[in-house]
Design a protein around this ligand. Structure first.
Ligand SMILES: [Ca+2]
Ligand SMILES: [Ca+2]
Ligand SMILES: [Ca+2]
Length: 384
């Protein structure tokens, strides 16, 4: 009896721990948190000041460990912008370091980027030097003012913009002042980004999904190596897990990923949508193998903080017993459903949906994934 109780507690802890993997990326507080840190550089003040960049397009955070990371982020996440559009964003004064041939306060690389003469401190010969004109929003190349457009600049905050028509110069648009910061060489880019960093606690950082750098854990690799168009319906992909012997079908426009640390965990989501602003759904599939015999009831979660239980059922799916539980977050429109499918007394597949979106839309997709989930006999590894 006592042993049974201990076992149950252990299982609940492990289930909660696993659910924390997807949970941390999806709780109500995050929606506000993410919108506050979107496009910013975050410094882990409780660690050693490790820096992260939150990509405003995916709401994922990227590790900024070394100058090379900043350079890779610039290369991979930088978005091309025309010379005409970049002029609409004011230049920040903070990054005017580097060789300055004409000694007008603007380094040569910035003069190349803005099109002034790096060997003439007053390019348009109007009595005001190039730097003074730029910092006061005047055109250093001729008459009048720069075409600063604050609304346009606001639409670019947090992005890294690349001057494709120039020499590929990169600028970071700081969300704190809507100004552009020149990212010259990798070292400069790294220092500038770090200097603009905002402190964040480990707890809050954990609520922002981390970008998965390992290609083998990313969608394209998994789709190529583990999926095929479903034979029954060409709007679906069939995923086959060759390590843990199960398969399921999912919508082919969804993305599939694995986390860095758990190869028994799969994330499925409509990643084309922004996680929070467009309320995408996230489905987590976890293969669980225990070293003791268990029953489905060991996986039962009777209550969760700040939720109301609205689903509890046991049914048979594809000849396997399942336990399905659903919770509604009482203070928000988000909800979650967890279904545990039993293969045998030691192997289980847990499929969970978390969403802030339309309940019917996501629950239909979820139920279809559940219906298609089946175990493969390990003695028959090649027959899929
Ligand atoms: Ca100069
Ligand atoms: Ca000049
Ligand atoms: Ca001038």
């Amino acid at each position: 009896m006592l042993k049974n109780k201990t076992l149950k507690i252990l299982i609940i802890i492990s289930t909660l721990f696993l659910s924390a993997i997807y949970y941390k990326a999806f709780i109500k507080a995050d929606i506000t948190l993410i919108s506050n840190v979107r496009g910013k550089i975050l410094l882990q003040v409780e660690q050693n000041g490790e820096a992260w960049y939150v990509n405003p397009q995916t709401d994922e955070r990227y590790f900024l460990n070394r100058p090379d990371d900043a350079f890779n982020i610039m290369q991979n996440l930088g978005i091309g912008i025309t010379n005409e559009d970049i002029k609409k964003i004011p230049i920040a004064e903070a990054n005017f370091a580097g060789h300055d041939a004409d000694n007008d306060g603007l380094p040569d690389v910035i003069e190349d980027a803005v099109g002034t003469d790096k060997k003439n401190l007053d390019t348009d010969n109007d009595g005001y030097n190039d730097k003074i004109e730029i910092l006061n929003n005047y055109n250093p190349n001729g008459d009048g003012k720069l075409p600063i457009d604050i609304n346009f600049a606001f639409g670019q905050i947090g992005k890294i913009l690349i001057q494709a028509e120039q020499n590929g110069e990169a600028w970071y648009i700081n969300p704190d002042d809507n100004k552009r910061y020149f990212l010259s060489r990798p070292d400069d880019a790294f220092n500038i980004m770090r200097n603009l960093g905002l402190g964040i606690t480990n707890e809050n950082l954990a609520k922002i999904p981390e970008f998965i750098a390992d290609k083998k854990l990313q969608n394209d690799y998994i789709v190529k190596n583990n999926t095929a168009i479903a034979p029954t319906d060409n709007s679906l992909r069939k995923y086959t897990d060759t390590d843990y012997y199960f398969y399921f079908n999912y919508p082919k426009d969804w993305q599939i990923q694995k986390p860095n640390d758990f190869d028994n965990v799969i994330f499925l989501g409509d990643y084309n949508k922004s996680l929070f602003s467009e309320k995408k759904g996230l489905i987590t599939i976890i293969y669980i193998k225990t070293d003791q015999d268990l029953e489905l009831d060991n996986f039962r979660i009777n209550s969760k903080p700040a939720t109301k239980k609205n689903i509890e059922e046991t049914i048979t799916l594809n000849n396997n017993s399942t336990l399905k539980e659903g919770f509604e977050y009482s203070k928000s429109n988000s909800f979650e459903i967890t279904t545990t499918i039993q293969k045998n007394s030691r192997e289980f597949l847990q499929i969970a949906l978390v969403s802030a979106g339309s309940e019917n839309y996501y629950t239909n997709i979820y139920n279809n994934i559940l219906d298609s989930a089946e175990f493969i006999e390990t003695s028959c590894q090649t027959c899929q």
